[in-house]
Design a protein around this ligand. Sequence first.
Ligand SMILES: *[C@@H]1O[C@H](CO)[C@@H](O)[C@H](O)[C@H]1NC(C)=O
Ligand SMILES: *[C@@H]1O[C@H](CO)[C@@H](O)[C@H](O)[C@H]1NC(C)=O
Ligand SMILES: *[C@@H]1O[C@H](CO)[C@@H](O)[C@H](O)[C@H]1NC(C)=O
Ligand SMILES: *[C@@H]1O[C@H](CO)[C@@H](O)[C@H](O)[C@H]1NC(C)=O
Length: 403
Amino acid sequence: MKLSYLVSLLSFISQAQSVLEVIQAATPPRSDLGTPTCRQEVFTHDFGNSYGSPYVGYYTPPSHCVYSTTIFNLSVVSKGRQYDRLATLWLGDVEVWRTSTAMPTQTGIHWSFQKDMTIWDTLLRSQDPQKIIFELNNIIDGDRYTGVFNATLEALYFNDVYEGKDGLHPAEHIYAISTQSSPSNTTSLFSLPGDSGAVNLTFPRNAKTAVVSIMASGNGAEEFWFTNVPTEYINTFPGNEGWLYGYSPFREVQLLIDGQLAGVSWPFPILFTGGVDPGAWRPIVGIDAYELPSFEIDVTPWLGLLTDGQPHNFALRVVGYDISAEDGIGPVGENWWVSGSVFVWVDKTSKQTTTKGFKSEISSPLFDFQPTLGTFIAADGILEDHERRAESSSFLEPRCFVF
Ligand SMILES: *[C@@H]1O[C@H](CO)[C@@H](O)[C@H](O)[C@H]1NC(C)=O
Ligand SMILES: *[C@@H]1O[C@H](CO)[C@@H](O)[C@H](O)[C@H]1NC(C)=O
Ligand SMILES: *[C@@H]1O[C@H](CO)[C@@H](O)[C@H](O)[C@H]1NC(C)=O
Ligand SMILES: *[C@@H]1O[C@H](CO)[C@@H](O)[C@H](O)[C@H]1NC(C)=O
């Protein structure tokens, strides 16, 4: 055997056995991550049989470090057989990162992902120790599920200069729309539709800007909500009742302030690494799998109502399409994991914010639904006629918010 052939064969084998990097295609949070002013490890924790046992610790800002930008670098290694798992990172009651895992192989995988945490600056700079909770519910049962997720969270700090007349001004207050369970060392996700999704918050009287940021993802009968059918069709295939999940493929996440609709968002379908075909997500996971997106609703027009020094109710709700409802809006299945945070900036030169002439007009979404679907199966079992109203246009007209 030629030596060169042997060498390339050996290198092929060692490559095949080396730990595979599984990436997510995404724009890095910063063009250069290589030269931080300082860095520190936040925690390292092995998630074996970890159902209901999150990592709980404390975050302290670095001492003697001048910085403006904080980037978290989450790194995970895993080896064996394991499902994809959802994981959430919390600063106290506030969810700051929702991620999911890649599925490991027998020879092992690893990944690192970076997220810019600077919007949470007020929590991260807090001189009181800030509780940090990372939940990754995993199962090890000895023979079927063997893959532990070994996770390390590291913080990188950069002394960036922010352009513009105001420079960097992170929100002075951040409030949680969550179950606020961190005192008992657990995460604070609402499970909808079972939970209330609501909290009462009292704003500072001199608030000048307020933005609500929401995270929401479907789970169980709602993981593939975008393939669900209108409820009246769940028994379409005789003998296969219950195979189709209901409430339609439309989902709207709503924010209500004192019971009034203040904004909505339509979630983006996330395919986790166990979804559709697990082989498709290695070595590149689906869009947003390592950083599930949040969406923001500017509630500044509501400040006239919110700066009266009284508590106000902030509620999150997930709704679907219901053919029998007048406005088309109906319930959803189990379940959606939902949480939100409210970023509030204050005007330090003023004691009381006032507004004039606020009124809101919100249109209902318009649905045009063409349900005609005909099939005919001949006596010999051949599908002979498959008539569809393909020409009919199905559309959804988004809501319109005018303040
Ligand atoms: C993130 O952490 C991993 C593991 O410690 C390391 O290999 C990687 O270089 C880090 N990434 C950055 C941008 O610092
Ligand atoms: C919560 O976790 C912290 C940090 O690990 C620990 O010091 C504390 O005792 C825990 N509290 C409860 C109520 O379990
Ligand atoms: C991951 O954690 C498990 C359980 O603690 C441990 O046996 C294994 O050696 C760890 N793997 C790595 C690469 O650190
Ligand atoms: C919010 O306040 C109202 C009125 O006091 C009360 O009925 C409701 O239970 C409170 N909701 C929460 C989530 O605390």
